[in-house]
Unconditional design. Structure first.
Lengths: 368, 671
């Protein structure tokens, strides 16, 4: 049952660039540091034994420093980069085993991609850029233009159909890129650092646009980014990538609240934790002995710590945490909140983790 | 359970649809521009109709409009001939210049003579060894032995002498001009249009005026070569200096270098490699002109080819043609080796290695001296011993006869018969009808037709320029001869495009094809235009088809090269985007790669058409007819008026072709 909702499934993917890279898969050589491996074999491990599933309607963000293999990974999903070993299932099709025609069908109908450099076709007008995917499927001009009209309205660019990409600003160009990807009504959308080339304000605008669209369209999204704020804002789950491997996969709360190691911690250090963690994250789960706090001191479990802080700090007494149905699920006091907010990774990681992971809800929907 | 947990997003949602970005408000002018060239085209069509009604359906250009320009040219020529000794411009400038140029050639020839043939060969071998390697040296020995053995030593040496003098002058004039243009915007602006024009003209077009001014002989040949070869030297120098990265220049400036210091110590040393690489091309271009200049009485390797072609003795033309190719290859190998050497960072050598290297160099130079001494003792100064020459015309002729029987004569090949049939067919069924159509269209159709093309391509000024050009050809009385040339150019261009662009695509798709084509194209691009006439005459006989075939072979290389290059330069991420949407290879090619490579492909067509024109003109020598033949007639029968008018028509045609294949629609794509 769970399986039917999995849209993208990758198992043990490997990609090693360089001379005879594929022969190195799984050998002890790959355990060498990147510099040593490069020195010895001239190869770079871009994807190292990566496995993950993405469910229908989920936004899965892949984060990592430059060169960690994000682009390679997202491209391998449609075999724009050929992997060396592993399995990829995309909307029920085996991508790795697909022949040329099957692969083309997958690319035409199932998946679309939005690119970092926009990668619009400079010789085509906006309409024909957006219509590209439909055009190569053989859709009639009238039909595809009608669809493009609608899409341009969706991304707020009606009236620019006849412009050339070079006449548009960066943000507008990426709206075209987005419309082009949406035009074929794919089940899966791939974004490769789609907004990194835009300035911060426009970037935020585009992120909001994606959220707005996602609420309507419920696509399955893989979003590559190196911007943690973006990842937290968009991601249902975030995978942190380093030297080709996934270091940690989890919800924004998990990644920020309990980074698995120094690398992830360093990534999340500058995030304002109160803006990411929820009451549910910091609370102590309900026990039979627990006394329900008064109605004036009740917060929703999905409330951000930031918003419950004033109430919690008001007095020493704990605050009650209720779920969507109004049932009390736990309590939260000043100490709990401060502990969650002032998380210090180095020495407290283990202890904090062990106390926090106690709540039964927490493991659900985490790493699978 | 199939719960898709609604993510608790730690952010506020922006419910309002994002406001559309501000609209771009077109101005009135921009609105007009949006209409494109249509209003202009309507104007041109109306003008054509008015002109048509006014002058009626004429066959070609109305005869009574033709000006007496040819007669004026003739009287000008007469005046020059009469005043050659008396007018100050001649007496005090051109005549001394001419005799000085002649002296230069004599000095170089004397020097080569002094070296004797073993000395010359030793000198070339030594240069090959110093800048290149043994392979180059061995090739040089074989090629130069060929000059001697087939009895062409003396003419080879005169070609060499002419070349050396011309290239030296081109460099001595060109590099300072290039530096001046790179340093000074005004100089650049003054020079650039001249360079543009010079680069478009086939050398052939200015042979007639040169003969008028310098009369026939070496001086004229050198002037023609220098005119042809100097512009690229200037361009290369400018390019080389401009290619020095601006950070490097800033670094130089930050140390407080003066402008001269900056130039001498930073820019010129760094520009040296591109300049030397370019000199290689210049040498090749010079060679191609030096050979053609045999037409105006310079000696050298072009002469035997010319004489042989005149009596359609393909065997002799062939042996001399091979000598020209060898000459080109010798110079190309040595100069490119030198360019490579300069480009390579020199290794630090140990003292012992340095010592050994110096010894080697000394030995090589000593070898040259010894060779000179031996040569002088053996044969005295001068040429290759005649007794050593072998005649290869026997085997060459039997090979050619074999080729002729198996390829040329009809029914020797399946389907097409023989190349002679192909030639006859193309001439009768394609070239002649096309010539008739081009020559007999009422004048206003070509005139306003080119204007319309010009308008679409480059706007009103372009339209006026090209239309004026076509009119000028008519006025000069070259209308019907230009039609002959035009027909050949069109057919050869179509062949180049139809064969060259697919080959370029194939080389882009398959690296194997690229590797296979590369050396072939290299050779094709090294050979002087003239040489192509020889095999062409063998297969197609003299006549129009020879011009078409030679032009096709001559101009094919850039069509293939630039197409391949243009496709390879298409941004990879765009190709990837095309792939990501599931394009087939053909869809990717037609919808993404070719449109994105359009500027290069149009450049390819531009280059191809210019080369085709140049070669069609040269093919006048083998009965190609048209303007090229008029030039030959003008030179051989002293019909200067005809020759000058034809030269002028060639220039105009070149400019019109160039302007029609360059412009707005080439540049519209952002980089
Ligand atoms: N075509 C290729 N050939 C060889 N090596 C490659 C190739 N593409 C990527 N690599 C290498 O693989 C590693 C991963 O590259 P990738 O582009 O996937 O990183 P990335 O995480 O997307 O980085 P960025 O944030 O800079 O885009 C890098 O070390 C890169 O140098
Ligand atoms: Mg990347």
């Amino acid at each position: 049952m769970e399986n039917t909702s999995v849209q993208i499934s990758c198992k043990n993917l490997w990609k090693i660039f360089g001379p005879k890279g594929s022969t190195l898969v799984g050998t002890p050589e790959t355990e060498l540091s990147p510099a040593e491996l490069q020195e010895k074999t001239g190869c770079v491990v871009a994807i190292r034994d990566v496995s993950f599933d993405v469910r229908r309607g989920e936004v899965f963000v892949v984060m990592g420093l430059s060169g960690s293999g994000k682009s390679t990974l997202i491209r391998s999903l449609t075999r724009l980069v050929e992997v060396d070993s592993g399995e990829i299932t995309l909307c029920g099709s085996d991508v790795v085993k697909a022949d040329k025609n099957q692969l083309r069908e997958i690319r035409r109908h199932k998946v679309s991609m939005v690119f970092q450099q926009f990668s619009l076709f400079p010789h085509r007008r906006v309409v024909d850029n957006v219509a590209y995917g439909l055009e190569i499927q053989g859709m009639k001009k009238k039909e595809r233009y009608a669809r493009v009209d609608e899409l341009l309205r969706v991304v707020g660019l009606s009236g620019f159909a006849q412009s050339y990409p070079s006449e548009l600003s960066g943000g507008m160009q990426q709206r075209v890129g987005l419309a082009r990807a949406l035009a074929v009504d794919p089940e899966v959308l791939l974004f490769d650092e789609a907004f990194s080339a835009l300035d911060p304000l426009i970037r935020r605008e585009m992120q909001d646009e994606v959220i707005r669209l996602q609420e309507r369209l419920h696509k399955t999204v893989v979003f590559v980014s190196h911007d943690l704020d973006e990842a937290l804002k968009l991601g249902d789950r975030i995978a942190i990538m380093r030297n080709g491997s996934f270091v940690q996969v989890g919800t924004p709360e998990e990644v920020v609240g309990s980074p698995k190691d120094e690398y992830v911690a360093a990534f999340t250090r500058d995030v304002s934790r109160a803006k990411v963690l929820t009451a549910r994250w910091a609370m102590r789960a309900r026990t039979s002995t627990m006394v329900a706090p008064p109605d004036s001191r009740i917060v929703s479990e999905s409330a951000l710590l930031q918003s419950v802080l004033p109430l919690v700090l008001e007095s020493d007494a704990p605050v009650g945490v209720i779920d969507a149905g109004g049932t009390l699920v736990g309590i939260l006091d000043r100490k709990d909140v401060l502990a969650a907010i002032n998380y210090e990774p180095a020495e407290s990681a283990i202890s904090l983790n062990s106390t926090l992971v106690e709540g039964p809800q927490r493991t659900e929907g985490a790493l699978q | 359970m199939t719960v898709v947990t609604e993510p608790d997003r730690p952010i506020e949602l922006n419910e309002a649809p994002t406001a559309p970005p501000e609209r771009y408000q077109p101005s009135a002018l921009a609105k007009l521009a949006k209409l494109g060239p249509w209003p202009g085209l309507v104007v041109i069509v109306l003008a054509a109709l008015v002109a048509g009604v006014a002058t009626g359906i004429t066959a070609g250009f109305p005869a009574h409009w033709v000006t007496g320009i040819q007669n004026s040219f003739d009287s000008l020529a007469n005046w020059i001939t009469v005043h050659q000794t008396s007018a100050p411009f001649f007496a005090h400038f051109l005549t001394p210049l001419g005799s000085w140029l002649g002296d230069c050639v004599i000095w170089v020839s004397d020097f080569l003579n002094f070296l004797t043939w073993p000395g010359v060969i030793a000198l070339f071998v030594a240069s090959s060894l110093l800048v290149g390697n043994w392979r180059v040296a061995i090739f040089v020995v074989i090629a130069m032995a060929y000059f001697g053995l087939i009895g062409l030593w003396t003419v080879s040496m005169s070609t060499l002498a002419l070349m050396s003098v011309s290239v030296m002058i081109a460099i001595v004039v060109g590099i300072p001009l290039g530096i001046a243009a790179a340093a000074n915007r005004f100089v650049e602006q003054a020079i650039r249009p001249v360079l543009d024009l010079m680069q478009m003209l086939p050398a052939y077009a200015y042979l007639v005026p040169i003969v008028l001014l310098f009369s026939i002989g070496n001086p004229g040949g050198i002037v023609a070569t220098v005119i042809y070869a100097t512009p690229p030297v200037i361009r290369l120098t400018m390019l080389g200096i401009h290619s020095v990265p601006s950070e490097t220049i800033e670094a130089g400036k930050s140390f407080g270098s003066s402008r001269m210091q900056l130039l001498r110590k930073v820019q010129l040393p760094l520009a040296l490699r591109p300049i030397i690489v370019g000199i290689n091309q210049v040498i090749m271009m010079a060679l191609s002109v030096v050979v053609v200049a045999s037409l105006i009485g310079t000696g050298g390797l072009g002469d035997p080819v010319l004489q042989a072609l005149n009596i359609v003795d393909v065997g002799d033309a062939f042996t001399a043609g091979v000598a020209i190719v060898f000459m080109a290859m010798i110079l190309d190998r040595i100069v490119s080796a030198a360019a490579n050497r300069i480009g390579r960072p020199s290794r630090a050598l140990s003292l012992e290695q340095q010592h050994r290297k110096r010894l080697q160099q000394g030995a090589i130079l000593a070898g040259v001296v010894v060779a000179v001494i031996i040569g002088t003792i053996l044969s005295g100064p001068g040429g290759f011993p005649p007794g050593w020459s072998i005649s290869i015309s026997g085997p060459v002729n039997s090979l050619l006869t074999w080729l002729q029987t198996h390829l040329y004569h009809y029914s020797s090949l399946p389907i097409i018969g023989g190349t002679s049939n192909l030639s006859a067919f193309t001439t009768l069924e394609i070239l002649n009808p096309l010539t008739r159509i081009a020559g007999n269209l009422p004048w206003w159709i070509p005139v306003f037709g080119t204007a319309a093309l010009g308008l679409v391509i480059g706007g009103w000024r372009r339209a006026l320029l090209v239309a004026a050009g076509v009119m000028a050809i008519g006025y000069s009385g070259m209308w019907s001869d230009s039609a002959i040339t035009l027909a050949q150019v069109i057919v050869a261009l179509i062949m180049c495009v139809v064969v060259g662009i697919p080959l370029g695509i194939a080389a882009y798709w398959w690296d194997g094809v690229d590797r296979l084509l590369r050396p072939i194209l290299d050779v094709l691009q090294t050979m002087p235009a003239f040489v192509y006439l020889i095999p062409v005459v063998l297969f197609f006989g003299v006549g129009n088809m020879a011009g078409v075939a030679a032009s096709f072979v001559y101009a094919l290389a850039p069509a293939v090269r630039l197409t391949n290059l243009g496709l390879r330069q298409v941004r990879r991420d765009m190709v990837e985007a095309g792939n990501a949407f599931g394009s087939t290879r053909m869809q990717l090619l037609w919808k993404v790669e070719l449109p994105a490579a359009r500027p290069s492909i149009i450049l390819a067509i531009n280059q191809t058409i210019m080369l085709v024109l140049a070669e069609v003109i040269v093919a006048g020598l083998v009965g190609g007819g048209g303007l090229g033949y008029d030039v030959v007639v003008g030179l051989e029968r002293d019909e200067f008026g005809l020759g000058l008018a034809a030269g002028l028509a060639i220039v105009i045609m070149g400019v019109v072709f160039d302007r029609l294949t360059q412009g707005r629609f080439v540049r519209r794509l952002p980089a």
